[in-house]
Design a protein. Structure first.
Length: 371
């Protein structure tokens, strides 16, 4: 970017993410570009300017885009797609377009349809945010240590990709290349489903007759698990609308996990003993130390989840690895819990189904009606 007279970065959307991007761009001491903000909310635009997230703001999109070398779309996903054809007449050939939307496949397809190879489109999604919104919540440190997914168009130039990667790294984030469709499938599990589960849990308790008492007793666990409800409803609606199938797929899997836990909770001591004996008879190499009580079964499931959650906290971005200098626990107790947790978790439903089928067959043979 040559100098401030003919080099301009335009940020469309000066909320939490857009203003945080702007703060990072403005903080670069060697910058030779102007940062211009555009927002349909005059209040947001003014607040971003006053916070030092942009050099100036423009009211009209065409004037802001004139001569822009890079455009950052920091608006909800459907709004970003709707803006692309409006932007097209005003974006110069060879410019760079990137975004911060929570879904990528639909946006990248629309961008290619509108721009072809006229510009370099490098899709982006910083895995950072807050339940707070607006430029007042923006921070220059928002992206520190966060993964930032990037999905370059096949026709994007290498130099354009380097520019976007440079912006990401300067913000303290870690650029992570990913296919747009794969991105949407993964973030449905780690970002979009947690949002909907947060809504469901809050509604479950809030709509119950016990809400007044529950409100008094709710502690950090409930607050942490329902924090995402405080996010921007428009952005959440766009996420669901542009990633519906992936979200449904993961929600169905989650429902299956809950069913397994419910079945484990419903199992009595006699049922656990039958399950353990059945597992032993099918696998001669299995340890003799099998759960004999419902509590033992539940402890195995929880122990496995707890162990893997520790591994997640020790990860580097995109990898689950132990911290340097530590060893994976190998005690007989831990391995036993891990083994039984993994084994039972995968086999519980199958064994319960078989038991129910055998019980129904026995009832039929005795002339009784199955329950």
């Amino acid at each position: 970017m040559a100098d401030s007279r003919d080099s301009k970065i335009v940020i469309i959307g000066t909320g939490l993410i857009g203003a945080s991007v702007g703060l990072n761009l403005m903080a670069r001491k060697d910058r030779k570009y102007e940062v211009v903000g555009v927002d349909r909310s005059r209040q947001n635009a003014r607040a971003a300017r006053e916070a030092g997230a942009v050099d100036r703001t423009e009211r009209y999109l065409d004037e802001a885009l004139r001569g822009a070398s890079m455009v950052v779309l920091a608006v909800p996903a459907r709004a970003a797609e709707d803006l692309l054809p409006i932007m097209e007449p005003h974006v110069g050939e060879g410019a760079i377009i990137t975004d911060t939307c929570s879904t990528k496949a639909s946006f990248m397809a629309k961008a290619h349809e509108v721009f072809g190879n006229k510009v370099s489109v490098i899709g982006g999604h910083p895995m950072a945010g807050s339940e707070r919104s607006g430029p007042a919540a923006a921070s220059v440190d928002l992206f520190q240590g966060a993964a930032w997914a990037i999905t370059p168009s096949p026709v994007a130039s290498e130099s354009a990709v380097r520019v976007v990667v440079g912006m990401i790294e300067a913000a303290g984030a870690v650029p992570t290349y990913v296919d747009p469709a794969e991105h949407d499938q993964i973030v449905a599990a780690v970002s979009h489903v947690p949002l909907l589960l947060s809504v469901a849990l809050f509604k479950l308790v809030r709509d119950s007759a016990a809400w007044e008492d529950a409100e008094q007793l709710a502690g950090p666990g409930f607050r942490d698990m329902t924090r995402l409800v405080m996010g921007d409803p428009e952005m959440a609606t766009d996420i669901v609308a542009t990633n519906r199938e992936s979200i449904l797929s993961w929600l169905r899997r989650y429902q299956g996990e809950l069913d397994t836990i419910i079945e484990a909770l419903e199992l009595n001591e006699e049922g656990v003993a039958r399950l353990a004996e059945s597992l032993k008879s099918e696998d001669e190499d299995m340890d003799d130390e099998l759960p004999s009580t419902p509590d033992g079964l539940m402890e195995g499931l929880l122990s496995r989840a707890r162990f893997e959650r520790f591994m997640f906290d020790d990860r580097t971005v995109g990898r689950q690895v132990p911290k340097e200098g530590t060893e994976t626990p190998r005690s007989g107790e831990m391995i036993g819990q891990m083994f039984m947790g993994a084994y039972l978790y995968g086999r519980l439903k199958e064994q319960l189904r078989r038991g129910e089928e055998r019980e129904e067959a026995a009832l039929r043979r005795s002339g009784q009606r199955p329950r």
